[in-house]
Design a protein around this ligand. Structure first.
Ligand SMILES: [Zn+2]
Length: 194
């Protein structure tokens, strides 16, 4: 396996190696299906080299794409999303190379952190309704609401603090475009949705 930090290769006889000569501490071992270098690769793809926020869905979509066109070190065992999520949790907890762009839980509930409200100042041209609160976070943290001049809410009305703004908006612009984005599609197009 390879060190994700300095690319040093370790053969199987060093199967107990936990620490690379460069100082990097391995999260996974020789017997893990996913190794450190692959996890770093998945994360870089999901975050577009650290420039975008991503969720587990994004990471899994990247992983599944690799299964179609296998990366040299990917064994042909396909992990379920849950299995990958467990491994990723370990990586997030222990790797010094982990990304800070991972969104684990929705965090826009609090009005004191009203990310998304600024769109009302620039003029809203559409409302985008998504399936899950986490998808709202994903799009808003990646500034899709500004690029699309859109209010992004989940079908169950998250984040709730936007509700009065939405009511006013619908009164002022009753013919505003409303789009629905469902999750399977979203997972596929997350990189292209601008
Ligand atoms: Zn190293």
């Amino acid at each position: 396996m390879y060190c994700p930090k300095c690319n040093q290769h370790y053969r199987k006889k060093y199967s107990n190696i936990r620490l690379c000569a460069c100082g990097y501490s391995f999260v996974f071992g020789h017997n893990d299906i996913i190794k450190d270098r692959l996890m770093l690769f998945l994360e870089r793809k999901a975050s577009q080299n650290g420039t975008h926020y991503f969720t587990m869905d994004t990471l899994y979509a990247v992983y599944q794409k690799l299964q179609i066109k296998p990366f040299p070190s990917v064994k042909r065992t396909t992990l379920s999303q849950n299995a990958l999520a467990q491994k990723y949790q370990r990586w997030q907890k222990h790797s010094s190379l982990r990304s800070d762009k991972f969104i684990e839980k929705p965090s826009l509930q609090q009005p004191e952190n009203p990310i998304g409200e600024e769109v009302f100042e620039y003029g809203v041209e559409q409302i985008i309704v998504v399936d899950e609160p986490l998808t709202v976070d994903l799009f808003v943290k990646n500034n899709k609401h500004l690029n699309k001049k859109a209010v992004i809410i989940s079908s169950e009305g998250y984040p709730a603090y936007l509700k009065p703004h939405l009511q006013t908006l619908l009164q002022k612009q009753p013919n505003i475009k409303i789009g629905f984005l469902h999750k399977p599609l979203m997972t596929l197009i997350v990189h292209d949705f601008r």
